[in-house]
Design a binder for this molecule. Structure first.
Ligand code: ADP
Length: 424
């Protein structure tokens, strides 16, 4: 029997009671009816009790269920937060769009890229101003599959990317897609730098090689050539071969500085600079340039000694080669805060202001002929810059055209002295 019978039982009991009260029945019938009414009422009470027990069970179950729902909702919110944190933390710009290319989420880097603080709910086109990406997104939506393509953005700055779009599934009756943008601009720039470098190197090698070849051919074709001319030609061949060797040496120095971790040791800067000055003295004499040095003692570096010597030699060589006869070079070493400064000043030809930002580039020369005539390779300052920066230092230049130049190298002083030479 179910609770459906409860009202019927109550109505029946009430009906029987009414009959007992209103109809004049024989006492035996009356007693039977009253007994039946009492029975029905007891039955009804039994049902009410069962109903109450079931009801409280149900209430308990409902409470349990609502607790479970609450826990699940909390877990879902946590999961969603974790997912968003994951997406936000990914170090590539990531966008989530629906099938109409409306933005549902953009991670932090994507917003940074496009210069927005908050962007969901807007069209992908309004965020990126890139029609190609918009079309690619619609293509992915049509196919409901992964697509990719090269996309170039011009807003807010030019970027060359590879865009990957893939289908995530449905949520809130919308199809969702993820868009990841891989920036290839730096790669393309490096590729261009590499191509330019290779082109420059072959050009640098080709010029002396062409001279050697034509001089050798002339010597070969003219056996009657006067001995004096022959000697001059042979000297030129030796000079060009020396030039080739210098370029190869400088290229090797640069490559080594770039690819190898320098072995460092603690040493005093002044004696190294003194050594460089001594090594350059004969070259200075030949160029009729005087060198003076003022070197503060006790400035210790934790650095690669040979490379620091190379920096000093390159700067001194330039100060002598780009000087005027009777000119001078003054070298100073002094302390500035927790840095040692190497300063090489000359009274030479100076550098035009428009050329200053470029002189540290590989193979850049202000005056190609002068550089070549004095044995330059166009790599000296590139080597200086690379070594100094690899040691956590900085190099700067001040120059006045036709008056002279000052090169300053700042290197961090050694703080605590290790017991043995160490490799970084
Ligand atoms: P290079 O082997 O030609 O000297 P560097 O890389 O050492 O190459 O220098 C690049 C260019 O910077 C030089 O060709 C020269 O034009 C200019 N330069 C460097 N140092 C000086 C200086 N002290 N005075 C004038 N010009 C300089």
């Amino acid at each position: 029997m179910s609770f459906r019978w409860l009202p019927a039982l109550l109505w029946l009991s009430a009906g029987l009671l009414l009959i007992t009260a209103l109809v004049d029945l024989p006492p035996a019938w009356r007693e039977a009816l009253i007994a039946a009414v009492v029975g029905f009422i007891l039955l009804a009470l039994y049902f009410v009790r069962r109903f109450c027990t079931r009801f409280s069970d149900l209430q308990e179950r409902a409470n349990e269920l609502s607790e479970q729902v609450e826990t699940l909702t909390l877990e879902l919110t946590r999961q969603q937060r974790r997912r968003l944190a994951l997406i936000d933390g990914i170090p590539i710009p990531l966008l989530i769009c629906d099938e109409h290319a409306m933005l549902r989420h953009a991670n932090r880097l994507a917003l940074e890229w496009f210069g927005f603080r908050h962007m969901t709910g807007k069209s992908l086109l309004a965020l990126t101003f890139c029609y190609d990406l918009f079309l690619l997104m619609l293509k992915a939506a049509r196919r409901e599959s992964a697509v990719s393509g090269e996309i170039t953005f011009s807003f807010p700055k030019e970027r060359h990317t590879e865009a990957y779009i893939w289908y995530l599934g449905e949520a809130d009756s919308h199809k969702l897609f993820a868009i990841a943008l891989i920036d290839k601009s730096e790669l393309l720039r490096l590729e261009q730098v590499r191509r330019d470098f290779v082109a420059n190197v072959s050009h640098e090698f080709r010029t002396p090689l062409a001279s050697i070849r034509s001089l050798a051919e002339t010597l070969h074709d003219d056996p009657q050539m006067p001995a004096e001319t022959r000697q001059r030609f042979l000297n030129l061949i030796v000079q060009e071969a020396d030039r080739l060797a210098r370029i190869a040496d400088d290229l090797l120095t640069l490559t080594r500085a770039e690819s190898m971790q320098p072995v460092r040791e603690v040493f005093e800067l002044a004696p190294v600079i003194q050594q460089a000055v001594q090594e350059m003295e004969s070259e200075a004499r030949r160029a009729q340039v005087s060198i003076s040095a003022e070197l503060e003692p006790n400035l210790r570096l934790f650095a690669n000694r040979d490379q620091i010597l190379q920096v000093a030699l390159n700067l001194l060589s330039n100060a002598i080669r780009y000087n005027k006869p009777q000119g001078s070079v003054s070298v100073r070493v002094y302390r500035e805060g927790n840095h040692a400064v190497l300063e090489v000043a000359d009274t030479g030809i100076g550098i035009p202001s428009e050329a200053l930002p470029r002189i540290f580039e590989r193979f850049y020369r202000v005056d190609k002929t002068r550089s070549r005539e004095t044995g330059g390779t166009g790599l000296g300052l590139a080597i200086v810059k690379h070594i100094v920066e690899a040691h956590g230092g900085r190099v700067e230049v001040e120059s006045e055209y036709r008056v002279g130049s000052v090169f300053r190298v700042r290197l961090p002083l050694h703080a605590t002295e290790p017991s043995e030479p160490q490799s970084l």
